[in-house]
Write a protein that binds this ligand. Structure first.
Ligand code: MLT
Length: 404
């Protein structure tokens, strides 16, 4: 008799952003004339930069000729892209990461979900609370989290590190020592950033305890302040304890194009095994590479024109972040984030729950955001707005909210 992976039955509801999309679609159907402004999922709205479009066109033309046509991509990704990443994202920042430590993928969401596969099921996982739901859900699917505890609103065998107003939405080193620690900075959902000294403490802790940090740096392009690290490898000792996940979605608008990468340093060993070789084995077996044309588009991100155009694009979104932050603050909301990140984290007014505020905002202002409780128990009473909308819609949304 066929049995199913019962761990899936422990998952709570559907994926957060699918739930929101369904609710919004139902509201729109019932109110077809209403202009809904979507500041929920962190999906970009600006078109791909011209340098990227040119590169895509050229790559498509190459695919039309036998001499330049490409089939399967190399396992780790094309060298032209891995070299550009190693140089621009790491070596130019003084971090020693080589091209053969970079694994190109179809995005950080897949990598952040898949990376747990190379670790034993008996590993104890620590996550921030609130947290990007993929880290927890994929560990639930794998059977690493124990049962769901409806009273606490989380899983029995996961170490949750509360990120609250009191600690500036930054996790504290857990007393119970985890094996795998998921960190995301600048943070999704709270928009909080960590200083280099702050991150160094985590690296020291991981090296001391033998834990591995899975560091999601998908939002590094939004860092504005000095002393906020762009990569965990700016910290001393990170090569022996950290894997880094990166995305082209947020820095270059690839949410629909799909490209990302994972860095696994060759020194990183646990249980007598190099994690690099495990991830290489997994990657080679389960993945046939991001498309050539997409990797060429990724290469253009690092060209001088690409860099200049993307800087403009990030500035565009960060102007939205400022509009949201200032507008809400002036309207009396308690807000954080939005300085080094495209997310603004606000406290719901009048003791409303996160979902009550979601409904209230949709009903009264026709604005969609993301309920904080969808990211974890400590997100209750909070709400996330994204700066990835158009400037006009963002301004209008905040004017509507201020008038509520
Ligand atoms: C978010 O809204 O949290 C992100 O867009 C989700 C993602 O990048 O997968």
């Amino acid at each position: 008799m066929v049995t199913v992976n019962k761990n899936y039955l422990k998952l709570q509801g559907s994926y957060l952003f699918s739930t929101i999309a369904k609710k919004v679609a139902a509201y729109q159907e019932a109110n077809p004339e209403t202009k809904i402004i979507r500041l929920g999922i962190g999906d970009v709205t600006q078109p791909l930069a011209p340098a990227i479009i040119t590169s895509l066109h050229n790559a498509v033309d190459e695919m039309a000729h036998a001499e330049t046509f490409r089939g399967y991509a190399p396992d780790l990704g094309y060298e032209f892209l891995r070299n550009a990443i190693a140089k621009n994202d790491y070596q130019d920042r003084g971090c020693q990461i080589d091209a053969d430590e970079i694994f190109v993928s179809d995005g950080a969401k897949s990598d952040s979900g898949n990376i747990q596969e190379i670790f034993g099921l008996d590993n104890k996982v620590a996550v921030c609370d609130p947290v990007y739901p993929v880290y927890v859900d994929t560990n639930v699917m794998a059977g690493r989290t124990g049962e769901y505890n409806p009273v606490r609103g989380n899983f029995d065998d996961v170490i949750y590190m509360p990120c609250t107003e009191e600690n500036g939405f930054l996790p504290e080193l857990p007393e119970e020592i985890p094996d795998l620690i998921y960190l995301c900075f600048p943070n999704n959902p709270s928009g909080a950033a960590i200083t280099k000294e702050g991150l160094q403490e985590w690296v020291d802790y991981a090296n001391k305890t033998g834990a591995v940090i899975i560091y999601d740096a998908a939002y590094e392009a939004y860092i504005r302040e000095e002393n906020v690290p762009h990569t965990i490898y700016e910290c001393e000792g990170a090569r022996t304890c950290a894997i880094e996940l990166r995305s082209f979605s947020k820095n270059a608008g690839f949410t629909g194009v799909r490209l990302g990468f994972t860095v696994v340093p060759k020194e990183l060993e646990r249980d007598g095994v190099k994690l690099h070789s495990l991830w290489a084995r997994r990657h080679g077996t389960k993945f046939n590479g991001a498309p050539y044309i997409v990797q060429k588009a990724g290469e253009a991100v690092y060209s001088p024109e690409g860099k200049a155009q993307l800087k403009e694009q990030i500035n565009y979104y960060m102007r939205n972040a400022q509009v949201i932050y200032e507008g809400l603050k002036n309207a009396g909301y308690s807000v954080s984030g939005g300085v080094n990140a495209p997310y603004i984290w606000l406290k719901t007014p009048d003791q409303m729950t996160s979902w009550e505020f979601f409904d209230y905002l949709l009903e009264k202002a026709h604005v969609v955001g993301t309920p904080g409780s969808g990211f974890g128990a400590h997100g209750e009473g909070f709400f996330r707005l994204t700066a990835f909308g158009t400037y006009e819609n963002t301004k209008e949304a905040i004017e509507r909210i201020a008038k509520m």
